[in-house]
Design a protein around this ligand. Structure first.
Ligand SMILES: *Cc1c(COP(=O)(O)O)cnc(C)c1O
Length: 395
């Protein structure tokens, strides 16, 4: 009998030959939040989503330590059994207030939030209208829902409106979009999208994984960035954000009108068929919210670093569209070239991930540079100098 795992070895060899086999790295973030111990060396990283440098913040570490001592380390059960603690409850109230929506619900991961919420909101007979560059977990949630799926060209409001017109016959329509697109760092035009949803009686769900903590007044995220304020939030808006990126901890939340959240509590299967996040994690996120709000200098640092990076990139031969977030793509093109630039950076002690299809469209393999408020100006200089060297044709 041939080894039955041969089918997988062959499939892996196929990925390898197409330059799309993925590999993990066992890495350890250092206390300065931007250096990483990887493969026995220390690298300067532009790879994490720890945009504010909070994963190593002393106040958060202390909050986690105290919470572990007081509350233990496990949630013990699903939130609908014994896994919803007073710490979770307090966090949800603070999250709702923070983003200016009536009620919030905390999930152990952003993936679980989207994959759980979307099928709870729409089902067969309904329609989902999705931006072409949406994150995989919105797409997975869409597939699970069995609603009719319409994909519109990235940020194309006319195409979105056509999709709304085409799905008139559906019982309920839900437009889903990243508020900040994860591989490009650009923003969805939320006010115009909301106006279209109002006009066509549809719901809008936005995923603010990369805007929360980074954009808006006090880091309140994309809603605040676009001037949507507490008390003036449209009822048809469902807001999702993750807490393992700029917030530096873990988990995610959905905030919306009271009945929407109460409905998700009844129907989001990833919420109640899974053990809750540990209460110590919820407590640590509470500490993170206080730091996000009070240490505005972290967002100011990001803006300075972004400007510096973007000026330097303009002198290089690659396309690097400006963003107003912590994400800066540098589009290289084919997979092999992107991998080779990444390897060149690695050889110079820098860690910047190359992102390849299927995560990004074919032919747009890129470096995804992510900045952190903890980076120094000289860190960005080191990155720019290495990229300049790598951009020159080999002798
Ligand atoms: C990271 C990410 C998620 C998933 O969140 P996790 O908390 O990491 O599971 C969801 N949506 C977007 C846009 C993301 O970038």
């Amino acid at each position: 009998m041939p080894d039955p795992s041969h089918v997988f070895s062959a499939a892996l060899a196929d990925l390898e030959s197409r330059g799309i086999r993925r590999r993990r790295r066992a890495s350890t973030q250092q206390r300065d939040a931007v250096r990483w111990a990887v493969d026995g060396t220390t690298r300067l990283g532009f790879a994490s989503n720890d945009y504010l440098g909070l994963a190593q913040h002393p106040a958060l570490i202390e909050a986690a330590r105290e919470a572990a001592l007081a509350l233990g380390v496990g949630a013990t059960a699903s939130p609908l059994i014994s896994g919803h603690s007073a710490a979770h409850e307090a966090l949800e109230e603070e999250l709702a207030r923070f983003v200016g929506l009536p009620r919030a619900m905390y999930f152990y991961a952003g993936y679980a939030a989207n994959v759980g919420a979307i099928p709870a909101l729409v089902e067969r007979g309904d329609a989902l209208i999705s931006d072409a560059l949406n994150h995989a977990c919105l797409i997975d949630g869409a597939r699970l829902s069995r609603a009719e799926l319409k994909v519109y060209a990235h940020n194309d409001l006319a195409a979105l409106e056509r999709a709304l017109v085409d799905t008139r016959g559906a019982r309920r329509r839900l437009v889903i979009a990243d508020a900040v697109f994860s591989m490009d760092g650009d923003l969805a035009p939320l006010p115009e999208m909301l106006a279209l949803c109002e006009r066509h009686d549809a719901w809008l769900m936005v995923d603010d994984a990369h805007g929360f903590g980074v954009l808006g007044e006090g880091g309140r995220g994309s809603l605040s960035h676009w001037g949507l304020r507490a008390g003036a939030m449209p009822d048809r808006l469902i807001y999702m954000a993750t807490l393992g990126k700029a917030a530096g901890v873990a988990g995610a939340f959905i905030a919306a009108a009271e009945p929407v959240i109460e409905w998700l509590l009844q129907r989001a299967r990833t919420y109640f068929f899974a053990t809750g996040a540990p209460p110590m994690v919820a407590q640590t996120v509470r500490a993170s919210l206080r730091v996000i709000e009070s240490e505005g200098w972290r967002r100011e640092r990001l803006a300075v670093l972004r400007e510096h990076l973007s000026m330097g990139l303009a002198a290089l031969p690659w396309q690097a569209p400006r963003t107003c977030t912590a994400i800066q793509p540098v589009v290289i093109g084919d997979n092999a070239s992107a991998m080779s630039v990444m390897a060149g950076l690695e050889a110079r002690g820098l860690w910047v991930p190359a992102i390849r299809p299927p995560t990004v469209p074919d032919g747009t393999a890129r470096l995804r540079i992510s900045l952190s408020a903890a980076h120094e100006d000289r860190d960005v200089d080191a990155l720019l100098a290495a990229l300049a060297e790598l951009s020159r044709p080999a002798q």
